[in-house]
Design a protein around this ligand. Sequence first.
Ligand SMILES: Cc1cc2nc3c(=O)[nH]c(=O)nc-3n(C[C@H](O)[C@H](O)[C@H](O)COP(=O)(O)OP(=O)(O)OC[C@H]3O[C@@H](n4cnc5c(N)ncnc54)[C@H](O)[C@@H]3O)c2cc1C
Length: 393
Amino acid sequence: MDLTLPPEDLAWKARAKAFAEGILFPHELELETAGKLPRATKDALRAAVVEHGFNGVNHAREVGGQGCTQMQQTLINEELGKATGALWAVVWHPAVPLKHGSAEQIRDYLTPSCLGRRRACVAVTEPDTGSDTSLVKTTARRHGDRYVIDGEKWFVTSGDEADYVIVHALVDGDPALPTLFLVDRDAPGVSIKREPKFTHTYVFGHPELLFERVEVGADRVLGGVGQGLELTKDWFVEARLQIAANCLGAAIRAFELANDWAGRRVQFGAAIRRHQAIEFMLADMAVEIMAAKSMIYRVAWEIDQGIERKIAHARASVIKLHASEMAGRVLDKAVQIFGGRGYMRENPVERLNRDVRVDRIWEGTSEIQRMIIGGQLGKRGTELFTGWYQPPA
Ligand SMILES: Cc1cc2nc3c(=O)[nH]c(=O)nc-3n(C[C@H](O)[C@H](O)[C@H](O)COP(=O)(O)OP(=O)(O)OC[C@H]3O[C@@H](n4cnc5c(N)ncnc54)[C@H](O)[C@@H]3O)c2cc1C
């Protein structure tokens, strides 16, 4: 069994580490203190993403991306996930459903997004629609060959920064016709209703967006009328894989910092790591990280081997659930090991502790991941989780 990573994968990881430490980390405190970064800094970061070749890592070279494998993306996201304030988000991943766009949509939306000239956000959640996406109320009423969209979307990550929105709406209000629409942010009728504050400091906002009689042509339907739920599922799977890798990175950074501190901080005549309570915390962190990394890399490898889509979906839930909960436990211990210093915002551990909390909520809460896993267990049996994937010979 060969578990070695090929040199090109290691090279991506090393470059991502250098990018996180050299380009993202220096902005962490400024972001935390001011709550946002100045426009000029965000523009410089956008240019740096292209300069360092991290634009569109999740898309093919033919459409302007980097054509990275799932394993390469995982290694990159692990390194970027170490940055606080979700600075990893400056490295854009144009939403995967865009792959299903028409030739014109790929030209006008996907390619410019990979190149960093455009930026998308995805709007599914609504005031009455959270975990249960079948409750979407946003409608797209047909008027001849055009659609008129009305609705309210919540928590739209990067909705303040994006220049277009992938809107999940029901055609003619029909629950059987969930559909994705590409809506330009500056289209008449699109507005920001509110920009709430959240637990974490995040490099972009999560505004509430209003769509009031927003007219779009039929050419703005992404992937076909009625395909919305299926495409949104693809987005969830990709996002869950990314979250798992980001959580792994966050946990590793906190572990390294806490381990270092435990060796330097002396109380009661000894470095605190010599007190077994602290040593055991560090040991548990090591085990948690090792287990999570093994799972996450395995699933990335399986996806690269062409594992069936439904199995990938189940596996993405497993690693999202495990990694986000693991990160919560590891970060909590890291804060404890730092004592009062772990509660200071200038400490990356304090910031990461707040940052990883949302990973148990967005892109499907931990309870929803358990529902998916439980559902698959009922349909396919235990082998799906206890077995080992064998690529076809
Ligand atoms: C910072 C942030 C950014 C976000 N970004 C985006 C974005 O870009 N685009 C977007 O569309 N959405 C986004 N979201 C929304 C996010 O995906 C939802 O918050 C999440 O899916 C949960 O929905 P909800 O908040 O309505 O909670 P609810 O669905 O109301 O759930 C509340 C609680 O009930 C539990 N629950 C619900 N149903 C069940 C069940 N059947 N069994 C057991 N427990 C259940 C949940 O697990 C949770 O604990 C974002 C959210 C946050 C906080």
